[in-house]
Design a binder for this molecule. Structure first.
Ligand SMILES: Cc1cc2nc3c(=O)[nH]c(=O)nc-3n(C[C@H](O)[C@H](O)[C@H](O)COP(=O)(O)O)c2cc1C
Length: 302
């Protein structure tokens, strides 16, 4: 009942661990898989080791989380053990990558493709670096160029750019990615940047001062973005942003997603969130007479 597909990659259910929430460690990703996720995404991997920002980097501000982790990464060359252990994961592994230039995206993609992940996700949308991700994910021509250059080195592995809600050109960016050969699209990365000030100290709480918003507060933005993307492209969409219940998942699927990413939901409902969302989604489908995920995809457009 819950099976779905991202490009040609089969998932036993539509829940996907979103990038960055639990790192790149194979042990943790394995735990997520055995907790019921349909697929797992690794934290974004960059070209060189990078420390990320100083603490505090993540804060729950009530209706959501704000984070400026700053893309810490061991660098793709320093992960040989992880790659080996990830090879026998029971669910598809999505490798998320980023670069500081298009050449760096290509360099990381070439290496990562050799490790045969199920899908390569391109993080062209992180708001927590100095340039706030706009360099790659804000302009259709630049986003398209990243996709077409990466496609040139990834052979049969599907490529999935992850889009930002923070560009007014979201539809154009999505279309440019499709025209450049993307096999799927994921959306959204965090919203922002935002800021939370501690009135006792009169200082921003995050050391980086600003951060991206996630969790329930951003779900309506994520649903709208998925809805907009579905209108302009003919690609499978992984809907991410504020999903932590089966009903949230149903909403995202009705907007046009074939599967749902869950990030902050792990914080709100624990590592079992994947199983909980699946059970709730299945209950909802039974109650309403839906037999497959496919028949729910994009229903809000009809
Ligand atoms: C602490 C934290 C770290 C994140 N790191 C990454 C990352 O490395 N790469 C990426 O593409 N997205 C990253 N994200 C964004 C999430 O993958 C997701 O797109 C976003 O949080 C919205 O989904 P959610 O509301 O389910 O959390 C991060 C989010 C959080 C909260």
């Amino acid at each position: 009942m819950l099976e779905t597909k991202i490009a040609e990659v089969r998932l036993r259910n539509p829940t996907v661990l979103a990038s960055g929430i639990l790192g790149t460690s194979a042990a943790i990703l394995k735990r997520v898989a055995s907790s019921g996720a349909g697929a797992v995404t690794m934290k974004s991997i960059g070209p060189e080791p990078r420390a990320g920002h100083n603490n505090p980097t993540v804060l729950s501000y009530g209706p959501g989380l704000i984070n400026a982790v700053g893309l810490p990464t061991p660098g793709y060359k320093n992960m040989s053990e992880e790659w080996e252990q990830l090879a026998d994961l029971e669910v598809p592994v999505i490798a998320s990558i980023y670069g500081g230039s298009i050449d760096e995206f290509v360099e990381v993609a070439r290496f990562v493709a050799g490790k045969k992940p199920a899908i390569i996700e391109l993080n062209i949308s992180c708001p927590n670096t100095k340039k706030h991700g706009q360099v790659f994910g804000f302009e259709p021509d630049v986003a398209g160029e990243v996709v077409s250059r990466v496609k040139g080195v990834t052979e049969e592995i599907p490529v999935m750019p992850k889009l930002s809600p923070n560009t007014p050109k979201l539809k154009e960016v999505a279309k440019a990615c499709e025209d450049a050969g993307a096999d799927a699209i994921s959306a959204i990365n965090t919203v922002g940047p935002g800021m939370v000030i501690d009135v006792n100290t009169a200082k921003p709480v995050l050391d980086f001062k600003t951060g991206g918003l996630s969790g329930p507060a951003i779900k309506p933005i994520a649903v709208r973005c998925v809805y907009d993307i579905y209108e302009v492209v003919d690609l499978p969409i992984v809907g991410i942003g504020g999903v932590s219940t089966g009903r949230d998942a149903a909403e995202m699927i009705m907007a046009g997603a074939v599967s749902v990413g869950i990030g902050s939901g792990v914080y709100y409902r624990g590592i079992d969130v994947f199983k909980k969302v699946c059970d709730e989604l299945e209950g909802f489908m039974e109650e309403r007479g839906y037999k497959t995920i496919k028949e729910m995809v994009g229903l809000a457009h009809e």
